[in-house]
Write a protein that binds this ligand. Structure first.
Ligand SMILES: NC(=O)c1ccc[n+]([C@@H]2O[C@H](COP(=O)([O-])OP(=O)(O)OC[C@H]3O[C@@H](n4cnc5c(N)ncnc54)[C@H](OP(=O)(O)O)[C@@H]3O)[C@@H](O)[C@H]2O)c1
Length: 326
């Protein structure tokens, strides 16, 4: 498993991270806590040391599951990342979403961040967070004030590194001018390369880690891609236009040469897709959602795959045929 630094921090994190959104259940049709703990155990056993969760995933459930799973492992060998800024227990000026009978609000006010951090520490059953990230920008908070709050938490020893998610380039520049920012976390996959022209080069020039979320496009870039697949109740993929029959047919076709390459290399499609993503200039880590031990082990193996220039080009040519979701 390759390790790479989280930006300017001295934290070395596995290039494949265990993404813990789906194991929280919310938006993914529920959770099986035992299978989730086993999946995290299997990931750690396969040399993944990096786990990414968030307070809002399952409204605390994901953090609790991660907290349970990590108890049997040495804490100082793990890199635990979580996020703040989405509250479902109070109201702010900015409604982020309504889901499953809950209203989720954005806030990055100083007292809210401090309160959220204490809740995350309790649920994760730990006394520090390795990487603390703002989940979405709060239009009512100044980026330099948010950064000052995070810097105070770092000085207090409660967090080790600071990250932003879903950030504008202005937010990143302001945060860098205020103090040590280490990470930007954005959606990025073979099908979702919007950040390739703005955030990714900015991270590269500021030596920030760029963490790619949803690198398998939530299942569209896996072997399970199939128009007849039925998703369970509460799964975000039901009725999602990205999962339309037309999109699936186009993606299946463009993945044909990638599948052939995977077969030639005795790798899985998922491993080749993740390895290609990890070899994009400036992109440092992929956060991959998994709910079973089998998936976690499969994904972890991508962390030691190196693709040749010709192999990268073959996949890039396939990606270049993608005209976007219809
Ligand atoms: N900062 C943010 O705003 C943000 C937003 C989204 C995600 N994230 C982070 O990124 C992580 C990953 O993103 P994501 O979960 O949205 O998408 P993803 O990693 O692209 O896709 C995850 C889904 O792909 C399927 N899968 C995983 N491994 C597989 C394998 N080896 N073979 C076949 N199918 C496999 C699983 O779905 P099924 O088993 O159900 O098919 C899994 O739930 C999240 O957990 C979270 O940590 C952050």
């Amino acid at each position: 498993m390759q390790l790479r630094a989280l930006g300017n921090s001295n934290i070395q994190a596995s290039v494949i991270a265990f993404g813990a959104w789906a194991i929280g259940g919310w938006k993914w049709g529920g959770t099986d806590a035992t299978a989730a703990v086993n999946a995290i155990d299997a990931a750690i056993g396969a040399d993944i040391n990096f786990i990414d969760t968030a307070a809002v995933y399952g409204f605390g459930v994901s953090e609790e599951i991660v907290g349970k799973a990590i108890q049997k492992h040495a804490r100082d060998k793990l890199i635990i990342a979580t996020k703040c800024g989405l509250r479902w227990d109070m109201e702010s000026k900015h409604l982020h979403a309504e889901s499953e009978g809950k209203r989720i609000f954005r806030t990055l006010a100083a007292d809210s961040i401090q309160w959220e951090l204490e809740q995350s520490l309790r649920r994760l059953n730990t006394d520090y967070i390795d990487l603390y990230q703002t989940h979405w920008p709060d239009p009512h908070a100044m980026q330099d004030d948010v950064m000052e709050t995070l810097i105070k938490l770092k000085k207090a020893g409660k967090i080790r590194a600071i990250g932003l998610c879903n950030a504008s380039t202005d937010d990143i520049s302001t945060a860098c001018a205020t103090g040590q920012l280490d990470v930007d976390q954005e959606r990025y996959s073979l099908l979702d390369q919007e950040r390739a022209q703005d955030n990714l080069p900015l991270c590269k020039s500021n030596k920030l880690a760029f963490l790619a979320y949803s690198p398998m496009a939530q299942g569209l870039l896996t072997d399970k891609l199939d128009t007849s697949r039925q998703y369970g109740e509460g799964d975000l993929r039901i009725d999602n236009p990205r999962f339309s029959k037309q999109n699936i047919a186009t993606i299946s076709k463009l993945l044909e040469p990638v599948k052939a390459l995977a077969a030639d290399r005795s790798l899985t499609l998922e491993q080749v897709v993740l390895a290609w993503t990890l070899q994009q200039p400036g992109l440092s880590h992929v956060l991959v959602g998994a709910r079973t031990a089998e998936q976690a082990i499969n994904n972890a193996k991508a962390g030691s795959v190196i693709l040749s220039a010709e192999e990268l080009q073959l996949i890039t040519s396939a990606a270049n045929q993608w005209q976007g979701f219809v």
